[in-house]
Design a protein. Structure first.
Length: 132
């Protein structure tokens, strides 16, 4: 997300993500979901948690300033999304001589895929894609 982190020093951008306030309006939730969408290629399995939040957006307008009250599973989903964004996966550059693997997953609400390469005796993620 633009800067590094160590166990004792969390980057400012990551900390800002963790401290992101609970959305109080539909517009604030839309803004958070847009941020998630922007970083989605770095977030494996983000669709499940995000779909719970998208359910709240049904019937809302783009600049909807109506009050919003997230409860139970929606609050949990928001926390999972924030943690996922804070721990965004590092993507590697492809190496032409490496073995590639395409991992796919399908459920009733989403489809996802991840492309990875085998290098230095470990799998390295090259990219993710998902759609609900």
């Amino acid at each position: 997300m633009g800067s590094s982190q160590t166990p004792t020093n969390v980057s400012a951008k990551v900390q800002a993500t963790l401290d992101y306030p609970l959305p109080n309006t539909y517009q604030e939730l839309r803004r958070f979901l847009a941020m998630l969408n922007f970083y989605s290629r770095f977030l494996p399995r983000y669709v499940a948690a995000q779909s719970i939040l998208h359910d709240y957006m049904r019937g809302s307008k783009k600049a909807d300033h109506r009050s919003l009250c997230l409860k139970g599973t929606a609050r949990t989903a928001l926390s999972r999304c924030k943690e996922s964004l804070a721990n965004a996966t590092l993507l590697y550059h492809p190496s032409p001589n490496c073995t590639l693997a395409l991992m796919v997953d399908v459920s009733d609400i989403a489809i996802g895929a991840g492309l990875q390469q085998w290098k230095n005796k470990a799998w390295q993620p090259l990219g993710f894609s998902q759609r609900n």
